[in-house]
Design a protein around this ligand. Structure first.
Ligand code: SAH
Length: 231
């Protein structure tokens, strides 16, 4: 992919960011031939469904420069690495349970000359670890789990006053109804929802949860319990 192709689709970014996204697209496509990271491999799919979709979070990030952001279940780096490219001063932590994806992310960050903390493990285990619990201004997640479980994975990581941004497809509305109780039990409050379409017309929904009080030490529970018996 060329810098110009990125610039045409995502022209609000500066040149360095466009160059980095072009490198990202090529490296993802190449690596994906030996290790399965994403089903979306055509240039337009990468530009819109991965890059544009991730960048839609930018207006929801606080303006302060050095905010801490954790991307839970980042996979091949979405939305976390794309946000870092747009805002290189972010203090980014990528949390991912699958080791092969971390190896990709490590090589990717080296190619992009950007740095982030890489954490191999499950978010709910990090949420019980003092080094991660209630440490982040923003926690993001895209395509990781249904919202009631996802809230228990993610909200314990958010500082009081911080935000959890859940990127969902159009079914997000029903999920939100089923998640109200879980969000409240975990110290969160639904602060807003946004519906929008990507430039190819695909509908998306973003759920914004504000952390209003500390999460009880009861949460997050062990993984099988979260899955079997969502709050
Ligand atoms: N966010 C990326 C990847 C989605 S696939 C994207 O939108 O393209 C979901 C990823 O989340 C997988 O890589 C899986 O290993 C990871 N994952 C699922 N549950 C997790 C958890 N509880 N903690 C950390 N990673 C998790």
């Amino acid at each position: 992919m060329t810098d110009e192709q990125v610039k045409k689709a995502l022209g609000f970014l500066d040149e360095t960011a466009c160059r980095r996204l072009a490198v990202y697209a090529d490296f993802l496509t190449l690596y994906n031939q030996k290790v399965n990271l994403t089903a979306i491999t055509d240039p337009e799919g990468i530009l819109i469904k991965h890059f544009e979709d991730s960048l839609r979070l930018l207006p929801y990030l606080p303006q302060e420069k050095e905010i801490t952001l954790a991307d839970v279940g980042t996979g091949a780096g979405f939305p976390g690495v794309v946000l870092l490219i747009a805002r290189p001063e972010l203090r980014l932590t990528l949390i991912e349970a699958t080791e092969k994806k971390l190896r990709f992310l490590e090589e990717l960050l080296a190619q992009l000359a950007l740095s982030a903390e890489l954490h191999h493990g499950r978010a709910e285990e990090a949420g019980r670890d003092r080094a991660f619990r209630e440490r982040f201004d923003v926690v993001t997640a895209r395509a990781v789990a249904p919202l009631p479980s996802l809230a228990e994975y993610c909200l314990p990581l958010v500082k009081t006053g911080g935000r959890f941004l859940a990127m969902k497809s159009a079914q997000g509305a029903q999920e939100l109804v089923r998640s109200r109780r879980a969000i409240a039990l975990l110290g969160g409050e639904i602060a807003g929802e946004a519906e929008y379409a990507l430039s190819n017309g695909d509908p998306r929904r973003l759920i914004v949860v504000k952390k209003i009080s500390q999460t009880s030490p009861k949460y997050p529970r062990p993984t099988p319990m979260i899955r079997k018996n969502p709050l």
